[in-house]
Design a protein around this ligand. Sequence first.
Ligand SMILES: Cc1ncc(COP(=O)(O)O)c(C=O)c1O
Length: 391
Amino acid sequence: MKYRINPLIDAVNFPPISEVWEWVAAGRHPGDMPLIDLCQAVPSHPPDAGLVAHLKNLMDDPATYRYTPDEGLAEVREGLCAYYQRRYGAQMTPEHLCLTIGASQAFWLTMVTLCRPGDEVVVVVPYYFDHVMALDMLGIRSVFVPFDDQNGGIPDPRALASRINERTRALLMVTPSNPTGVVMPPEVLAEIHQLARKNDVALVLDETYQAFIPGGGRPHNLFCDPDWSDHFIHIASYGKTFALTGMRAGLLAASPDFMRQALKAQDTMAVCAPRLTQQAILYGVTHLDGWVAAKRDQMQRRHDLFVEEFTKGGNPFRLVASGSFFAWVRHPFPGHSGRQVARLLLEEAGVLTLGGEVFGPALSGYLRIALGNITEDRIAEAVGRLREFPV
Ligand SMILES: Cc1ncc(COP(=O)(O)O)c(C=O)c1O
């Protein structure tokens, strides 16, 4: 191209998952070993058959092909309020909700509504890489709270407090965490919410994996506070919950005042989430509690089996933290970056992982292992390839 592009975009690295799939496309894995994908956190199971049948019926309805209101259909947001009441004990009305094109768009909507270029967001490390890529592109400064190996990734609220100043607009966390799988304890979240309140900044929680919390317990009590939306913003992905990642099923929950402002951005960014996707979410939250629980338990079994295999003696890789979709491990090559080790693992063992440094500064000693794509019968082989990797 002969024209100039936005230097803020130019400075951002290429998306890491796309990069490792480029390695695969270039034939970098051994031809005699089937590839084992431990790279992307996508549920391997198909969506519920009843949900698919429902969508097929809707495709005969001409209304399916029309815009909805920018914030989404009222009946879908009502169904979601009932779901949040069951799941979180939430005090919520449809005015708190906007359907989005995945959690990804909910994040952009949140940040363009909260921040101007030069504003700051306190980001708990390890972070979800797309978040910081987006903040960088928007000229918003990420102020990092470093990862502490010893506490398994649960942040100290005092570390967040020390990073707040007059430019801070938000405190950003992911729970359950991508990449560590760690579920933030409700009391830690309550403390961080208090911090947001004290400083009049937003606590932004990305809860993409909330449906996979072991045992299905309530993720936190923040929504039970009648004033929750004064300082709390929630981002959700129903792509993971209902195995609909390609339908781009996301949600933003925030105060109605915030939403009035965010809808200006929504109108220019997307107009609305696809109507069929909204209907899929409504079907899911009204019919699929049992299905979701079964998938959660399946992921848990997969995780437990992986941990059992991984932590048997003699593994040069060390498990630091884990939770249903993810394991966060320390690799045994001190002179190598995580990216280099990920590439070696692909080239020599046919295993696809992500290097730790894409999740934040000073993390090149780690790898993220995602368990969404590996079935129970292949876990022993996957771990075996790591265990036997020459160090
Ligand atoms: C923490 C986190 N947030 C958001 C997303 C993106 O979700 P969606 O596909 O709904 O945009 C992902 C996807 O992996 C994720 O891990």
